[in-house]
Design a protein around this ligand. Structure first.
Ligand code: GAL
Length: 659
């Protein structure tokens, strides 16, 4: 099966199209303007359940037939949605117990979207019926090139605590643990007298006035991700019979905490990601890169699809910050640089009513006289010029570990400090590497990492024996591993690995940690190398490793803070402090050099350089012109020879000149 859609050629361009909001004459204009902008692919029907099935079992496809045909006549392909994210009022009335319930016991209300529980039998049956009918009707339609199931699973609510979920949870637990003794052992129920004598005694880990068993919470997070996934699979299996690829749009790979996307990824025919900039965050293009790199990594290095992003303001953020001139173009092309074979937006035409009318669109309320429209048309032309990039691979020599199970476990209550945050450490390492112009892949710690020159493990609190062995083999085989504090501490059940910390990694790191010394709010520590650390300090004892740097102050002054251990043919390093990105850079720089990681030198810090296949993308995020030496070829965006200069805010995509 094709891993990405059979759109006519090149990089797909377009977005979510919601024609049900508009009369026929507007739809006619839509298609005309889509052609003007160079749109090649639209996602249709994502929220149109009630239009498609106005009453239970009564289907109306006429309106959809008409628009699919019209798009087809205009040469525009369709990514057809299953509208299960928008249950109609008749559904909610008929099945009131299908409303999701939060951990606090609040029943979600109607009038929004995503208000049916993925475990509820009536919702599942209705979803399967819809998928059947859509597959029957449009499976052979030449305009429909792929399927888009549901919308952003797990957002905004990942875990549901309704009666149907609780019943499904008990079944899931029986499959996972097989017998009650195993469950009691895994959850450590001897503590606080929580031992279970019957499966029916086990409840979902609802909100309580004190901490609920963390192993139970962790299992519930796994269960919730699996339940949504099984709702996806139900529809996917039906749609796949049409022979066309099936996907669902991830709610931002780096932002969607509730879904274990490593488990989801192999189930999709193509990875699709939605990415929304945090308008207020400085240098937010760095987190865009991170989201794109994680999307590519989930795709196993294959091309993926940017399914949604914005032309400007995002209405669900506190402030709808408009994009500055050139920003939308840089954003779009940065996704392509990092492996996306599409540039798609939410949404085509700005809505006049409803919840998202203040969200930007490709065609704003102001119509074709607006700057956004002109930029969209220009971007469409840029995207057409990038056709040769399609299918190209990005290769990385450095990998950063990312594990959703560890993310969940780390952020449960009553950890050594409430300041531990998964994203804080991953972001710090990612930012430092980004500023060093290093492209990274993300990996699960159990994955085959043998090809990477450097692997970074940012606070990977939960680490199975199997993953720890995998990392150990990597170092033995010649790899350079960098482990940050509070890694390899507990197993998959949140049970502390035996012996001194970090149980799972003691041997490869050649050290042990005696005691954690979390810092007070705003307290910092300094390392002898000069870096500043926050959040953490701890007492490290060397057992074979050597100290490269010590704590210069704080509770562990004079004790090792950064260590290095030769192990087999490789080296394992350990950083016991929460260094800022600026503090990480020199340390990482030395490690990259030592490991022979190739990276461009002497580039302005704000110039993003990424190689995709034979093409080099240069994106200048800075206010000054940037000059790149030693690179020649043709700039695909201008068709002219590349001069070496990238103007402020500009982009060049350099293709090697054909011999
Ligand atoms: C996404 C969602 C879209 C739209 C968009 C607005 O999360 O999938 O339907 O709501 O946000 O930014």
């Amino acid at each position: 099966m094709s891993r990405y859609p059979a759109v006519p050629e090149g990089i797909a361009f377009g977005g979510d199209y919601n024609p049900e909001q508009w009369p026929a004459e507007v739809q006619e204009e839509d298609v005309r303007l889509m052609r003007e902008a160079g749109v090649t692919l639209v996602s249709l029907g994502v929220f149109s359940w009630v239009q498609t099935e106005p009453r239970e079992g009564v289907y109306e496809f006429g309106w959809l037939d008409a628009i699919v045909d019209r798009l087809h006549d205009a040469g525009i392909s369709v990514n057809l949605g299953t509208p299960t994210a928008a249950p109609p009022a008749w559904f909610s009335r008929a099945y009131p117990d299908a409303f999701p319930v939060t951990r606090e016991g609040v029943r979600v209300g109607a009038g929004g979207r995503q208000h049916a529980c993925s475990s509820h039998p009536a919702f599942r049956a209705a979803s399967a019926r819809l998928a059947e009918r859509l597959a029957e009707r449009y499976g052979d339609h030449p305009a429909v090139v792929m399927w888009h199931v549901h919308n952003e699973y797990g957002a905004p609510l990942g875990e549901c605590y309704c009666a149907a979920s609780t019943a499904a949870w008990r079944l899931w637990l029986r499959r996972r643990h097989e017998d009650l003794d195993a469950l009691n052992a895994a959850w450590g129920t001897a503590f606080w007298g929580q031992r279970y004598g019957d499966w029916e005694e086990i409840d979902a880990p609802r909100w309580s006035h004190t901490v609920v068993n963390p192993a139970q919470r962790l299992d519930y997070a796994r269960f919730a991700s699996e339940e949504h996934l099984s709702h996806f699979r139900l529809q996917r299996d039906i749609l796949r019979r049409t022979g066309k690829p099936v996907t669902t749009n991830f709610a931002g790979t780096v932002n969607c905490k509730s879904m274990d996307l490593w488990r989801w990824a192999p189930e999709l025919d193509v990875i699709a990601n939605d990415h929304y900039l945090n308008g207020e965050q400085p240098d937010n293009h760095i987190w865009l890169s991170m989201s794109a790199d994680l999307s590519r990594s989930l795709a196993g290095g294959e091309p993926w699809m940017l399914m949604e992003h914005s032309t400007g303001a995002i209405s669900w953020q506190a402030r709808g910050i408009a994009k500055r001139p050139g920003e939308m173009r840089r954003n779009s092309l940065a996704h392509v640089a990092r492996g996306s074979d599409s540039v798609l937006f939410f949404q085509w035409r700005a809505s006049r009513s409803g919840a998202e009318k203040w969200h930007s669109a490709m065609l704003p309320h102001g119509g074709t006289g607006t700057r956004i429209w002109q930029d969209v048309v220009a971007l469409g032309a840029d995207v057409r010029r990038l056709a040769p990039v399609r299918g190209g691979r990005v290769t990385a020599e450095v990998a950063v570990a990312w594990d959703w199970e560890s993310y969940w476990a780390l952020e449960l209550e009553w950890r050594p400090t409430g300041d531990l945050a998964f994203r804080e450490r991953v972001d710090a390492f990612y930012e430092a590497l980004w500023r060093e112009h290093v492209t990274v892949d993300f990996v699960h710690p159990s994955a085959d990492i043998s090809a990477y020159k450097v692997v970074v493990l940012p606070s990977s609190y939960l680490l199975t024996e199997g993953s720890a062995k995998n990392l150990q083999r990597y170092v033995e085989g010649g790899g350079h591993l960098l482990v940050s504090y509070f890694s390899g501490v507990v197993d998959e059940h949140d049970t502390v690995h035996e012996g001194p910390y970090p149980g799972a990694l003691r041997e490869v790191l050649g050290l042990s940690v005696e005691e954690f010394h979390p810092l007070r709010e705003h307290e910092t520590v300094t390392l002898t190398g000069g870096g500043t650390g926050r959040v953490w300090s701890e007492r490290v004892h060397l057992v074979g490793a050597r100290a490269e740097q010590h704590f210069a102050d704080g509770p562990d002054a004079g004790h090792p803070a950064y260590t290095s251990h030769d192990f087999g043919a490789g080296t394992a390093r350990y950083l016991a402090a929460g260094l800022t990105p600026a503090g990480l850079r020199p340390l990482l720089g030395a490690l990259l050099d030592r490991a022979g990681v190739s990276r461009p030198r002497d580039l302005p810090e704000n110039l993003e350089l990424v190689r995709r296949g034979a093409h080099t993308f240069l994106i200048n995020h800075g206010p000054a012109p940037a000059t790149v030496t030693g690179l020649s070829g043709t700039d695909l965006l201008t068709g002219a020879p590349f001069t070496g200069d990238v103007p402020p805010g500009g982009v060049a995509v350099v293709a090697p000149t054909q011999e």
